[in-house]
Write a new protein. Structure first.
Lengths: 434, 98
């Protein structure tokens, strides 16, 4: 190994790279580095890897396969997602669009799987550990160690640890990226607050309720359950539990006069949701902030001398309304950062180039327009109500002759206080975004 | 409880979660600053409802039960949260599912 500034042994401690945070980004980065012969320490504040980590959660398998071919088969996932659902809700009605797509051929790999992070991340970190990563749990990194404008290590519990490069994979609240001056303060308008209950339910009941075979599951996103504020709900089926939650804009939650907890409880009690979780037992309540600013939220600089930021800390999260991606982007960014470190030159250009190569930059940019669409306020109250009114009028039969559809649509628009002008304007935003 | 998956108060939900509470509070507020805050969004956004108004209207906060999401820090407008860091290593919430 060369004594190069970035790839060489960093300091007295003989550590090439310190990765802070054992989530998908940090573990993927550490794993690739150690397999390339670097000495890597992975620091995690939880007592086990995964014990502080929360997601919806669905993982797209392509990214795991990029870490190492065949990894998906070995991973402890819950169910293969074979059913994609969109659900429109208002106070007591619901309409579900359910797609049972092309079946996965025998022996094929599911495109996405549901995961529970405590188990998944612990397994993934275990893989990295077996490959030679020194995993140290129960350690909170307090700050960066800086010398002559270069990051040369970290401080934890009053002790310093030196390394050639420090990788911040410390999640959405990344204190390290902020300390390094790469990201500013988060604003309430660019994040969503996610809350979730994990509800234990036996496997057969889940399969019956969601029309899936053993081992298969459904992913459902909902709109119209955040009391008019920006956000939506989600429901993922696990092996023998259901992950039910919602993400709502903390900027807009107060306007509803309801707490986020009440919103989730109301969702559980909704006539469209309640039968799905009936008889279940809540086994965990969790919360997590979600970045919602897409590509705009990715900092202009992702690296400094001796320092890189990856995963959610770097804003690599994509909310497209109909699907939410985080873990796959985290994995990609972790791999890209490892490649940049291994390249041995200036970190920033090497990291950017690696992000371009793996398609992560393009993916984030492609989703950039969705931020505008998702800021159309009518999406969260008026439009679900409009869709439900129109659908309900279609199926309503009585003694009077049915009115023509355009008439019914106009009546539904009036009922939901949607004017044609605003509908057209939002349509333009949607066209531009999609 | 006849319907455990039904409406659950926060207290019950937090009772299900596993915590190892650090005696050292990782979040600290200054109620005098909170008193100047007109909106107090923390009261509604904290998923664990750890922010509450006392009998005299003063802001109170209890760090036990914190889910460590960071939302209060982001919404805090008046700056009443004077310290926000993660609990020391191993302390705080321990998710078993996640």
């Amino acid at each position: 190994m060369s004594a190069d500034e970035n790839s060489g042994t960093g300091g007295d401690d003989g550590i090439d790279v310190i990765v802070v945070g054992a989530g998908p980004a940090g573990i993927a980065c550490a794993y690739r580095l150690v397999r390339a012969g670097r000495s890597v320490v992975l620091l995690e504040r939880g007592s086990t890897a995964g014990s502080k980590n929360v997601s919806g959660g669905r993982l797209y398998s392509y990214a795991l396969e990029l870490v190492e071919a065949g990894l998906t088969r070995q991973a402890p996932w819950e169910r293969a997602v074979v059913r994609e659902q969109l659900m429109f809700l208002d106070a007591d009605r619901s309409m579900t669009l359910s797609l049972a797509g092309t079946p996965v051929p025998d022996g094929g790999l599911p495109a996405s799987v549901t995961v529970l992070r405590a188990e998944f991340d612990e397994w993934f970190a275990g893989r990295a550990e077996a490959a030679g990563v020194l995993l140290a749990t129960g350690i909170r990194v307090d700050s960066l160690l800086e010398e002559n404008g270069r990051i040369v290590g970290i401080w934890a519990g009053g002790e310093q640890m030196r390394a050639g490069t420090v990788v911040a994979a410390d999640g959405v609240n990344s204190f390290l990226a902020r300390e390094a001056g790469l990201v500013g303060e988060q604003s309430a308008s660019t994040v969503g607050l996610g809350v979730k209950e994990t509800i234990a339910l036996d496997a057969v009941t889940i399969e019956n309720r969601f029309s899936v075979a053993p081992g298969e599951g459904a992913a459902t996103l909902m709109v119209g359950c955040t009391h008019g504020g920006r956000g939506g709900g989600f429901l993922y089926t696990n092996r023998d539990s259901i992950s039910l939650g919602l993400v709502a804009s903390p900027e807009q939650i107060p306007a509803s006069g309801l707490g986020i907890h009440t919103m989730l409880q109301n969702l559980k009690a909704h006539p469209g949701i309640r039968p799905l979780i009936e008889g279940g037992r809540t086994v965990e309540y969790s919360a997590h902030l979600v970045r919602e600013d897409g590509w705009r939220g990715v900092p202009k600089r992702l690296a400094r001398e001796g320092f890189l930021v990856i995963g959610e800390a770097a804003g690599f999260v994509l909310n497209l309304g109909y699907t939410v991606r985080g873990m796959d982007l985290a994995l990609l960014s972790g791999l890209a950062a490892a490649d940049a470190i291994l390249a041995g030159g200036d970190l920033e250009p090497a990291y950017r180039a690696a992000l371009d190569r793996c398609g992560l930059s393009a993916t984030m940019k492609a989703g950039a327009g969705y931020a505008d669409l998702l800021h159309v306020q009518r999406l969260y109250g008026a439009y679900p109500g409009l869709a439900l009114d129109v659908a309900e009028s279609l199926f309503t039969v009585g003694s009077r002759p049915p009115r023509r559809l355009p008439h019914q649509v106009r009546a539904a628009m009036r009922g939901n206080q949607v004017r044609l002008r605003s509908l057209l304007r939002d349509g333009v935003v949607a066209m531009r975004s999609l | 409880m006849s319907d455990p998956a039904g409406w659950l108060p926060v207290r019950d939900l937090l009772g299900i979660d596993v915590f190892d509470v650090d005696e050292e509070a990782h979040i600290a507020i200054d109620p005098a600053i909170c008193a100047t805050c007109t909106t107090k969004p923390c009261l509604l956004v904290c998923p664990a409802q750890l922010y509450a108004l006392g009998p005299d209207g003063e802001m109170t906060f209890d760090h036990a039960g914190c889910l460590e999401c960071g939302t209060c820090r982001v919404v805090c407008a008046a700056g009443g949260i004077v310290r926000w860091r993660y609990p020391r290593g191993t302390y705080g919430v321990a998710y078993r599912r996640g």
